[in-house]
Ligand binder design. Structure first.
Ligand code: COI
Length: 351
């Protein structure tokens, strides 16, 4: 049994935060979790007030990017209980990311005890307004002080929590990216490592300057097949079938992706996980057989796309309606998470 030391913050900042409509990632809750990996074991697990931490500027993670994170969400259920959505899947993906970056795995007991105790201490931070949640950010980074390129011998594992509202306020515009790449097969795309995000800033900045909101990544080798959209998985309703790129080493195995595909199958919708060529998408768009395009992700949940640029051509996607599959899937996900609808797959981990 893991004993976590607890040092409570003297004052709470909660009254200064608008929990009815929190800006994603702006404020962190009063406490955070921290543990160190030293001499091959995890030590000093503690919950401490959220605040600054000390490190040497020669810390390896700052130079060589040995750093991974997860993003999951806790919800206030309609009966007042708190549930975390599918934490097992997030835990497994966290360890896959750690393994890819040559970092020590986090034991399940440590991960779950830290999560439950931190959430219990800061439970008042779980918002209850519709569409809100408490975003939970476990992360781990190399702490050894060394300028040599090497795998670090020491690490810190931390968890932050932040009240979250909507990530995207409105349907977004996507540009099919054929110049830059996010990652290649054999690279780190399936891992949630910090470098995947930092390296996407430049292409996304260019896309924004051209009037788009995000890029639709294509495979690094031929720029012929669709990978993901920005920081989300992408799904298309093509001629009545829900089609999404099959997972490979360049694509993150999204928990929301899996949940939305499961909801679609439960509703009898044909789901195809396969390679999608950009030219195939273009011909579906030209023949008017694309009824919905949307991104899925923990932060964004289900985010509709309103326009796709392929080469020089812009293709408008029909406006979402209440009957669109993704609108219904979004509502059902919210209802399952808050206990309004049954949870047939056991996705809620109730605290
Ligand atoms: C998520 O949806 O979990 C993400 O990782 C997005 C995040 C980087 C804000």
């Amino acid at each position: 049994m893991i004993e976590i030391a607890k040092y409570h913050s003297d004052i709470s900042r909660i009254s200064s935060v608008d929990l009815s409509n929190p800006e994603f990632g702006k404020e962190c809750s009063d406490h955070m979790f921290s543990a160190y990996f030293e001499n091959n074991s995890w030590v000093q697990p503690e919950i401490i007030p959220f605040g600054t931490i000390e490190f040497l500027p020669s810390m390896l993670t700052l130079h060589y990017g040995q750093s991974v994170f997860e993003g999951m969400k806790a919800f206030k259920m309609h009966d007042g209980r708190i549930s975390i959505f599918r934490p097992e899947l997030h835990y497994e993906r966290f360890n896959r990311s750690l393994e890819r970056m040559c970092m020590p795995l986090v034991p399940k007991e440590l991960f779950f005890t830290a999560l439950i105790e931190l959430l219990t201490i800061d439970q008042a931070w779980v918002p209850s307004a519709s569409g809100t949640s408490l975003y939970i950010r476990p992360f781990c980074f190399a702490t050894e002080s060394r300028l040599k390129i090497k795998i670090s011998d020491s690490y810190r594992f931390m968890i932050l929590m932040s009240p979250a509202g909507k990530y995207f306020g409105k349907p977004f515009r996507l540009k099919v990216e054929t110049e830059y790449t996010r990652t290649a097969e054999g690279g780190t795309g399936y891992a949630k490592c910090s470098g995947n995000y930092g390296s996407s800033f430049y292409p996304v900045k260019h896309a924004i300057e051209q009037g788009f909101d995000q890029v639709l990544w294509t495979d690094a080798k031929e720029h012929k097949y669709i990978d993901e959209a920005g920081m989300m998985n992408i799904m298309f309703m093509l001629d009545g079938k829900l089609v999404t790129p099959a997972l490979n080493s360049a694509i993150l195995a999204g928990v929301t992706r899996d949940s939305v595909l499961t909801i679609a199958k439960d509703q009898g919708i044909i789901v195809e996980e396969r390679k999608i060529a950009v030219e195939e998408l273009r011909s579906f768009l030209e023949s008017g057989k694309v009824s919905e395009v949307f991104g899925t992700g923990t932060a964004a949940v289900v985010a509709p796309v309103k326009l796709i640029r392929i080469g020089d051509a812009d293709y408008e996607i029909p406006e979402p309606s209440e009957n669109s599959f993704h609108s219904k899937a979004y509502s059902l996900l919210n209802d399952i998470r808050t206990g309004i609808s049954p949870d047939p797959h056991g996705w809620n981990f109730i605290i």
